[in-house]
Each structure stands twice: as C-alpha cells, then as structure tokens.
Design a protein around this ligand. Structure first.
Ligand code: GTP
Ligand code: MG
Length: 221
C-alpha cells in the first residue's frame, strides 16, 4: 500500500531464456544487488518484490524459470505473465537464436501485443562475444521491445531500470485495457439515424434518403 492508502500497481514478470544465460543471476542481482556465481539450475522460483517505481509503491512478482526444456513449453507460465524478460548470453550464439523461438511461442499463446524486453547478459565477457550489440538492437527492433546489454556479475543501474520500465509498460497497458472503448463516430451517426427516423410502430427504422422513396431498412451494426 502506498502512503495514501491506495493499493499500488502489480505486475507479473516471467524471465525466460536458455539454460546458463544468467536468468537467476539477473533476478537475484535485481532483488538483492548481489552476485554469488553459483545458482541452482533446477530452481524455479517466484519472488514477490515490494518496491517503489515513480514514487508509487508497487508489487512485482517475478518468475525465474529454469532451463529451456522447462521454460519454453510451459503454457501456464506464459498465460500467468503480464510481461517477459527474454535473456540470452552475448557469448552464446545459440541462446540468441533461441530467442526468436521463444518469442514466437509467446506470440502464439498470448495473441495480443506482447510486452517484453530483450536482454543480452554477460557483457563483462566481451572477449568471448559471439553476438554483436547491433544484432541485439536489431532483434529488439523486430520484436518492438526495449533492449539492454547488461552484466549480472558487474551490476549496474540498467538492471533495476529494465524491470521498472517493463513494470511501467505493463501498468500503461492495464490502464488502457481498463478504459471503456469509445465508439467510432460512424457508429454514433448510425445510431442517431435510428433514433431520428424510427418508424411509427417503433419496429424498423427506415432511411430518410431512399432514392426510390420507398422504405428501406437500415442494416443494424
Ligand atoms: N561472467 C558472467 N557470468 C555470469 C553472468 N551472469 C551469470 N553468470 C554465470 O553463468 C552461470 C549460469 O548462471 P545462472 O544464473 O544459473 O543461469 P540461468 O539462466 O539461471 O540457468 P538455468 O537456471 O539453468 O536455466 C553461473 O555460473 C553464473 O555465475 C554475468 O553477467 N557474467
Ligand atoms: Mg536459473
């Protein structure tokens, strides 16, 4: 709850990517600001994180998935999530190529515009680099999402920023979806005709401008 007593926004974020790209390291770095080198590869965990974004108290639930064989084929995870952090290692070409498959799977399940952010992790290993910064940027442009190159081991402000930015996007989307949809002006004009030119028995409206002068039925929208 915020200081005003209002319940803050909530977002559910799923972290996906091939085994060993640093998903757990990234999540642990964001939550604790620490890096511990060894993370349980079988661990699949949801963290509830209370924090502040733009002066608002918020709750983020973050699902750290485990390995590709588990992550990619879990429809439940995809349906649960509001937004997705897609991670590859800049020193692991295969993990980068796999992102497109993961994204396709997400699109197939979610159908509507997907909110995600693309992460190239392990930027400290630039001597082992197999994916250029520009390739990452281009893929993010294709996917219409933000892109960050980061190092979970070195840390850095971008790690908090990427989670906060995704949270903002999720909040914006939820607010848009909550707004009642405005009818088009064409629809409003049609309705007006229905009201103005309703037949006396109140059953069928007719067109006032029928070229034959005969009664014409308007097709309801
Ligand atoms: N040099 C370097 N190593 C990293 C970085 N992030 C993670 N690692 C290391 O990469 C290995 C795998 O990291 P994890 O966080 O376990 O990877 P994961 O994606 O969670 O792997 P799974 O849970 O098996 O899917 C560990 O040995 C980490 O210490 C990084 O930014 N730089
Ligand atoms: Mg892990």
């Amino acid at each position: 709850m915020s200081s005003t007593g209002k319940k803050g926004a909530e977002s559910k974020i799923v972290v996906l990517g091939n085994a060993g790209v640093g998903k757990s390291a990234l999540v642990v770095r964001f939550l604790t600001r620490r890096f511990i080198w060894e993370y349980d590869p079988t661990l699949e965990c949801t963290y509830k994180h209370h924090t502040t974004v733009d002066d608002e108290a918020v709750t983020m639930e973050i699902l750290d998935t485990a390995g590709p064989q588990y992550t990619i084929h879990r429809e439940g995870h995809v349906r649960w999530g509001d937004g997705f952090v897609l991670v590859y290692g800049i020193n692991d070409r295969h993990s980068f190529e796999e992102i497109q498959n993961i994204k396709q799977y997400l699109d197939d399940i979610k159908k509507t515009n997907l909110m995600c952010v693309l992460i190239g992790n392990k930027s400290d290993l630039c001597h082992e680099r197999k994916v250029s910064y520009v390739e990452g940027q281009n893929l993010a442009t294709d996917m219409a999402c933000a892109f960050y190159e980061i190092s979970a081991s070195d840390g850095g402000e971008e790690i908090s920023e990427l989670f906060h930015e995704l949270h903002r996007e999720i909040k914006r989307r939820k607010q848009m979806e909550a707004k009642p949809r405005r009818r088009s002006s064409a629809h409003q004009v049609r309705n007006m005709f229905h009201i103005l030119f309703k037949s006396p028995n109140g059953k069928q409206p007719f067109s006032p401008s029928s070229p034959t002068g005969k009664q014409q039925f308007l097709v309801p929208p």
